[in-house]
Design a protein around this ligand. Structure first.
Ligand SMILES: Cc1cc2nc3c(=O)[nH]c(=O)nc-3n(C[C@H](O)[C@H](O)[C@H](O)COP(=O)(O)OP(=O)(O)OC[C@H]3O[C@@H](n4cnc5c(N)ncnc54)[C@H](O)[C@@H]3O)c2cc1C
Ligand SMILES: NC(=O)c1ccc[n+]([C@@H]2O[C@H](COP(=O)([O-])OP(=O)(O)OC[C@H]3O[C@@H](n4cnc5c(N)ncnc54)[C@H](O)[C@@H]3O)[C@@H](O)[C@H]2O)c1
Length: 459
């Protein structure tokens, strides 16, 4: 059987459903193919369940600290992990159901459940039928990277961001391999649930894409909660153990071994492009399997676009969604939007969180521009003091000649929200002087942004 459509979308992640909405509203007959769970990674195994779990972990942490605030609770904090997990599953299920209902209720829409694979440049096979369209949009996302050359990995049971959500018992000792977004969010969460936690990171510091002062402050925050951190862990190897697994973290000495009841692999993602039959369509990928796209997200084959994690141009829900916005605006609204115009912003949802936008200080220094820099500890932010959550700092780096902000980091209470003040300024392309004359609300973290830019000094 063969069917022809005006457009085919592969994957119901963060870009596909929204694009389906726009294309069908424009009168196109659209097929959307999803092989697994509607909503993709963010909804089912990524942002939504993790942030729900992070919220439970924060409550546990706050409860333990209750006496610091003069609130006296009786007894120990006890975690009912099945209940904690059920809460996360419920949030995912609701969102997944909403996406599925939205898609199946769209006029001009055909939802196909199955794995899509190219047979020819504009033909895909799904189950026992062939579907064709002049426009094909790939939104296939990614999965946890599980290297086949990590010594001993195949001999132990390990967890990924997907399987960890099925845990019903608290790990006695969770070894987290990888000290970046997934690793740090899960490490702090399980420590707060009561597990012993060790983070094993190959690089010399945690979250190595950030500035060194950010890495150091995050390390201090997690270590203060009793998480052990092993950076510079070369020769990571695993072996089975009666209590779970032995994780070897150092080449030279055998005392650098950890016996963990559970191991979480959080060492990056792989795009789901290896089973798409891209070779039958002639769609080019790079050496990591990401679909090569131009500034409008068009692939190497005319009429085929790639959105979200599979194009390697972003690794976040908001960048996937922005890919949809770019494609829809260019195809349907006569716009000329480009990915390169996107100012990168993101957050690490540890507690306190790290909000980031634009260049790091190190990147700004490498640019050769004349710089201005300002940094303020959270101990000098009223909101943080009142909440007794004064870890971290905020900093901003600006171009001395254009007076434009180049980048900022807010590691501290509400940093994930307050960073948007800077992000909006950068998107509005305004000089920082404009921000200095804003009258922000007291007492907030954002109220210190004008003070922060007012303190800018030559770097
Ligand atoms: C633990 C974790 C926490 C995260 N937290 C955050 C966060 O807090 N904030 C943030 O911005 N980002 C976060 N992310 C990243 C975010 O989840 C992703 O960037 C986002 O989901 C990418 O969306 P996407 O649309 O590109 O792909 P996905 O959401 O992965 O969707 C791809 C879809 O395509 C389907 N598919 C794949 N191949 C085929 C095929 N051949 N045929 C049919 N269907 C197919 C898949 O089943 C899937 O449903 C997190 C990720 C993880 C793993
Ligand atoms: N808050 C958020 O927005 C959020 C949260 C979770 C995940 N995500 C997305 O998911 C993606 C994947 O996250 P991630 O943390 O798995 O990957 P990552 O690519 O951000 O970090 C992987 C980490 O593992 C380390 N590593 C790599 N190989 C290793 C090895 N063999 N042994 C030890 N350490 C090793 C790296 O040095 C790095 O620190 C991210 O790119 C991010 O965009 C985002």
């Amino acid at each position: 059987m063969s069917r022809a459509f005006d457009a085919i979308i592969v994957g119901a992640g963060q870009a596909g459903p929204a694009l389906a909405g726009r294309l069908t509203a424009a009168g196109m007959q659209v097929a959307l193919v999803e092989r697994h769970l509607f909503g993709g990674t963010c909804v089912n195994t990524g942002c939504m369940p993790t942030k729900t779990l992070v919220a439970s972990a924060r409550v546990a942490h706050q409860a333990r600290r209750a006496a610091d605030y003069g609130v006296m609770l009786q007894g120990d904090v006890r975690i009912d992990l099945p209940r904690v997990m059920a809460r996360a599953h419920k949030v995912s299920e609701t969102s997944r159901g909403n996406v599925e209902r939205w898609l199946t209720g769209m006029p001009h829409m055909t939802v196909l459940r199955g794995h899509a694979r190219f047979e020819a440049p504009h033909t895909l096979r799904v189950n026992d039928e062939s579907i064709t369209a002049p426009r094909i949009f790939l939104n296939v996302g990614g999965r946890a990277r599980v290297p086949d050359d990590m010594p001993g990995l195949a001999d132990i049971d390990y967890l990924t961001n997907t399987s960890i959500l099925q845990l019903n018992e608290l790990p006695r000792h969770l070894a987290v391999v990888g000290g970046s977004y997934i690793g740090l969010e899960y490490a702090q969460m399980f420590r707060r649930f009561g597990s012993q936690v060790t983070v094993v990171e190959r690089q010399s510091r945690l979250i190595g894409r950030e500035d060194e002062d950010v890495s150091e402050a995050i390390r201090a925050i997690v270590e203060a909660e009793g998480i052990r951190v092993r950076t510079g862990a070369e020769c990571i190897a695993f072996a089975p153990h009666a209590d779970g697994a032995v994780v070897k973290v150092d080449c030279s000495t055998s005392d650098k071994e950890i016996v963990a009841s559970h191991v979480l692999l959080a060492i990056g993602r792989l795009p789901n492009t290896d089973d798409l039959g891209l070779e039958h369509a002639g769609v080019a990928t790079d050496q990591h399997g990401y679909i090569v796209v131009d500034d409008t997200l068009a692939s190497s084959v005319s009429g085929i676009w790639a959105m979200g994690d599979c194009n390697g141009r972003g690794a976040f829900t908001h960048t996937a969604y922005n890919d949809f916005e770019i494609i829809a605006a260019n195809l349907l609204d006569g716009a000329q939007r480009r990915v390169s115009a996107r100012i990168p912003g993101y957050a690490l949802f540890t507690d306190p969180p790290l909000g980031r936008v634009g260049l790091t200080e190190a990147q700004a220094r490498a640019s050769g521009k004349r710089l201005l820099l300002s940094k303020r500890p959270m101990t000098r932010v009223g909101r943080a003091v009142e909440r007794d959550e004064t870890q971290g700092f905020m900093k901003v780096v600006a171009d001395a000649d254009t007076r434009r902000i180049l980048g900022a980091a807010i590691l501290g209470v509400s940093g994930d929200e307050a960073i948007h003040g800077v992000l909006d300024m950068m998107n509005a392309d305004q000089p920082f002087d404009t921000l200095q004359w804003a009258v922000p609300i007291h007492p907030t973290v954002s109220e210190l942004l004008p003070t922060l830019v007012g303190d800018l000094k030559p770097a």
